[in-house]
Ligand binder design. Structure first.
Ligand SMILES: [Zn+2]
Length: 385
């Protein structure tokens, strides 16, 4: 612990650190071990530094203040930054890197100056997006690109701001929106089979009804498979990525050995625990699930962030709906009924409309009615006559 009137090499070292931070004027003699004195000016500088870092401002350099002085000396680009599990790197250069990544819409976790796994992952995503080798290590090439790409978006959750802005810009009308519809399973893969129903067939029927309904509302749709073909999640994601779709919706049902398991779940891309998720995906998952529960009488198993291949590798927000349990007699009866299928389809269409409505125009769950079909906006002549 070092305080006023102390002398010696450690005081000289602390002095030069404070000089480097521009908290003390540069005086080479006062920074030599023989002449360094912890004077009142140095005490003031230490207090200033402590205040700035939310430490106890006592003007004394104890272990904690010294650790902060050590972290503060690193400037972004001074050293190679890499993730180490046993000895995570810490420093102000890392906090600066985290802030830059956050400002650009990446999610490095908290701006805490620690190069943890979230920061390494955000660096990899940044590298992938900028054509660098995604190794999660910050070297000269990454620093150069980082310096070039200084953006002006500051504060908040940039990914939320960006996705909300995209939603707002695309306007409330469903006409012209593009959707990828993904009926689960197919081909050799029937999915769940219970109560004489095959998941692949039921989802195919539902998607066809949904496609018809959305087309009537002016939405353009793409189907990831035909009636008798299937494909892996990666195939479906590749297909979706070849379209210019605004959103992808994958339909499945669940099944469980316990026939009492029932209810609807919705899944979006995300990692709740790390605060990293698709804002649009999460919103649509919530709307769709709540509308389906309210309108069709399914139980509610909530929405969940997942990193499954289809959710993670599609470029557009993707939501997977698990429409009840085919293994549950009540859920299976609903899925087999044309009437309930119509309600499920209407719920999804309403959810889509709610996703694009500005918050002030949104309606509570279960009450919004959509027109039977797209009504063409009045032409100029009609509007002025
Ligand atoms: Zn399935």
């Amino acid at each position: 612990m070092f305080k006023r009137e102390d002398t010696g090499p450690a005081v000289a070292d602390i002095r030069s650190r404070l000089v480097a931070l521009r908290l003390l004027p540069d005086d080479p003699r006062a920074q030599t071990p023989d002449d360094a004195v912890f004077d009142t000016a140095m005490e003031d500088a230490v207090r200033h530094f402590q205040q700035d870092r939310a430490l106890t401002a006592d003007g004394v350099v104890g272990p904690e203040t010294f650790r902060h002085l050590e972290e503060a000396r690193w400037r972004l680009g001074d050293r190679l930054l890499a993730h180490s599990v046993s000895h995570p790197m810490v420093g102000d250069d890392i906090a600066r890197l985290q802030q830059r990544l956050l400002d650009m819409g990446f999610v490095p976790g908290r701006v805490d100056g620690i190069y943890g796994p979230d920061t390494a992952q955000a660096v990899r995503e940044f590298q992938r997006n900028t054509g660098l080798r995604p190794d999660g290590t910050c070297g000269p090439a990454t620093f150069t690109v980082l310096a070039r790409l200084t953006r002006t978006v500051v504060g908040g959750h940039p990914h939320v701001m960006r996705e909300s802005e995209e939603l707002r810009r695309s306007g409330p009308s469903l006409a012209g929106k593009v959707l990828v519809l993904d009926p689960g399973h197919g081909g050799d893969d029937p999915g769940a089979t219970c109560h004489g129903l095959r998941e692949a067939d039921v989802m195919w029927d539902l998607v066809n009804r949904l496609e018809g309904r959305l087309t009537a509302l002016g939405v353009r749709t793409y189907l990831t498979r035909s009636q008798h073909t299937g494909g892996t999640e990666a195939d479906r994601a590749r297909f979706a990525n070849a379209t210019e779709a605004d959103l992808a919706v994958s339909l499945h049902t669940d099944s469980h050995p316990n026939p009492r398991a029932h209810g609807v779940s919705a899944y979006y891309y995300g990692y709740d625990r790390h605060g990293r998720w698709s804002h649009t995906g999460r919103s649509f998952a919530g709307f769709a699930r709540r509308e389906i529960v309210a309108r069709c009488g399914f139980g509610d198993n909530r929405s969940h962030g997942k990193t499954w291949t289809l959710l993670r590798t599609t470029r557009m927000p993707t939501v997977r709906l698990d429409l009840g349990y085919l293994s549950n007699p009540d859920d299976a009866a609903r899925l087999a009924s044309a009437e309930a299928q119509t309600l499920i389809v209407e719920s999804i269409a309403v959810a889509l409309q709610r996703l694009y409505l500005p918050p002030e125009d949104d309606a509570p769950t279960g009450v919004l009615n959509l027109p039977l079909r797209l009504t063409a906006p009045p032409t100029m002549d009609e509007a002025t006559s």
